[in-house]
Design a protein around this ligand. Sequence first.
Ligand SMILES: [Zn+2]
Length: 166
Amino acid sequence: MKCLACQMELEQGVAKCGACGFPVIGSVAGSEEEQRNIKQMAGEYRKNRLKGIRIGIMAYGYAMDGDELKLDRTEEVMFASAEEMEVGQTVWCGQDFARVDGDESVAVRVILKRDAGEDKVYDLNMALPAISGFCHIGITLREGLQGQILMGDESCHEMSALFSLL
Ligand SMILES: [Zn+2]
């Protein structure tokens, strides 16, 4: 059985989800209206837990300095709002990123900003996608109020480890 709010697999006999805290509603006899109400309640609960949490990455800007390419600036690119996402949904960042060549993996710095509480940073080691041209970054909302970074494009991408959005 999965949590109705965050879709985490629930252990037997628990009264609420260990990941998000939503209660296990198992004994409600189900009219369709009641099921709709429960689903809506679960969705609102999830949105509320993820309220004010924005997700982005650190981007590195390069500029020519004489004949050399030099790291010019770093920039936080915030592109997704966790509370607006459904579990399983991916939001892609509109920005194009240069493909990193030569290495087998790259460290992606993920930034979580929250209206209440401190920002959080994850450095995720990711394999490089087998695409040519520009690279895109996306975030998928996963079970248990976790995120997963995608790198590549919609049809071909590598995925990061899961990380908590809370
Ligand atoms: Zn849950």
